[in-house]
Structures are given as structure tokens and as C-alpha cells.
Ligand binder design. Structure first.
Ligand SMILES: Cc1cc2nc3c(=O)[nH]c(=O)nc-3n(C[C@H](O)[C@H](O)[C@H](O)COP(=O)(O)O)c2cc1C
Length: 161
């Protein structure tokens, strides 16, 4: 089973999260390809797709949004999961509801599930307002054990499909 993990990331944190998801799905025996959503071509040859997007001002990264809309017809026929990243605190250890357009996309493409993982903001982040936020909120809340537990549930569901 071949799984595409397509991501939209501005500062690299979600790209790293997508790699983590790929590693965990590979460890569970799946064949994975991790790619920026803007470079992912058509979905030929993939049996499942994970779309991961960074959250900025409660909006999913536009590359993730555009990818989901562009491929909506094909995605409707595949098992799909949507991933958001993410809060710069411990709140993602609990369950966070999806932002509005991720919730809308869930129903448009019939996604199997969604999750919000913690995010990362580097102290050296540039550009406003990221640099101002980094003075008080810099850190890395991407939790590999959370990713592992989620990916193993995804792999189990794909195994049953
Ligand atoms: C300007 C700015 C706005 C943000 N807005 C949100 C938000 O609305 N919700 C959220 O959970 N995280 C928010 N974050 C945190 C980012 O989602 C987090 O840093 C994420 O890991 C960024 O991913 P990237 O490195 O792939 O771009 C924001 C971060 C910045 C710098």
C-alpha cells in the first residue's frame, strides 16, 4: 500500500512533522512518499493520502488547501487523513477541533479523520508577526509519541481496508 504525505509548510516545522508521519507509517509496513503539496503531481499509484498543513491565523496553509481542492474528486475515492500543526503549547496533547475550512474539506472529500499536532516556532523566526511571537512562544511542541500513536491507528485502518 502506497501512501502520499503532502504538506504545506512555511517555516519547516510541518515539513518535519510530515517526515515523522512518513517514518512511522514506513515502520508500520507502508510504502510512503513525503512531498511538498505544491510539487505533488497527480495521485496515480497512491492508495491513500495524508495532507498536512501549518496553521496561520486559524487558516490551513494555502498549499495544503489548494492541494485538497485541486484533487478533491480523486481524494473522495481514497482513504484520506488531514493533519494540522500547530499550537505552540501543550494543548495539542488533547483533542483540538479542526479549523473551519479543514472541517469543510473533511466533508467535501470524505476524509477518514483529522488531527492537530503541536507546532514549532524557532527563536530566530523572521518576519512580522512571527519574530515578535518568537520572543515569548518559541519552542517545539511536535510530539513524536503522539505522531506514532496516530500513525499506528492510521496504518491499522489501512490494513483493514
Ligand atoms: C504568525 C503566526 C500565526 C500562527 N497562527 C496559529 C494559529 O492560528 N493556530 C495555531 O495552532 N498555530 C498558529 N501558529 C503556530 C504555527 O502553526 C506553528 O509555528 C507551525 O509549526 C508552523 O508550521 P511551519 O513551520 O511548517 O510553517 C502561528 C504561528 C505564527 C508565526
Amino acid at each position: 500500500m502506497r501512501v502520499l504525505i503532502a504538506y504545506g509548510s512555511k517555516r519547516g516545522g510541518t515539513a518535519g512533522l510530515a517526515e515523522m508521519i512518513g517514518d512511522e507509517l514506513e515502520a508500520a509496513g507502508l510504502d510512503t512518499v513525503v512531498k511538498p503539496a505544491r510539487d505533488a503531481g497527480n495521485l496515480d499509484g497512491f492508495d491513500s493520502v495524508v495532507i498536512a498543513g501549518a496553521l496561520y491565523a486559524k487558516r490551513w496553509h494555502h498549499d495544503a488547501r489548494h492541494f485538497a481542492r485541486r484533487h478533491a474528486a480523486t481524494l473522495r475515492s481514497l482513504p484520506v487523513w488531514l493533519v494540522s500543526s500547530g499550537p505552540l503549547d501543550d494543548s495539542a496533547a488533547g483533542v483540538i477541533p479542526p479549523v473551519k475550512h479543514v472541517a469543510n474539506l473533511m466533508s467535501q472529500i470524505g476524509a477518514r479523520g483529522q488531527v492537530t499536532f503541536g507546532g514549532r516556532l524557532e527563536r530566530s523566526a523572521r518576519g512580522f508577526p512571527a519574530s515578535a511571537m518568537a520572543k515569548t512562544k518559541a519552542g517545539d511542541w511536535r510530539d513524536r509519541s503522539h505522531v506514532r500513536a496516530w500513525a499506528s491507528a492510521v496504518a491499522e485502518e489501512l490494513g483493514r481496508a
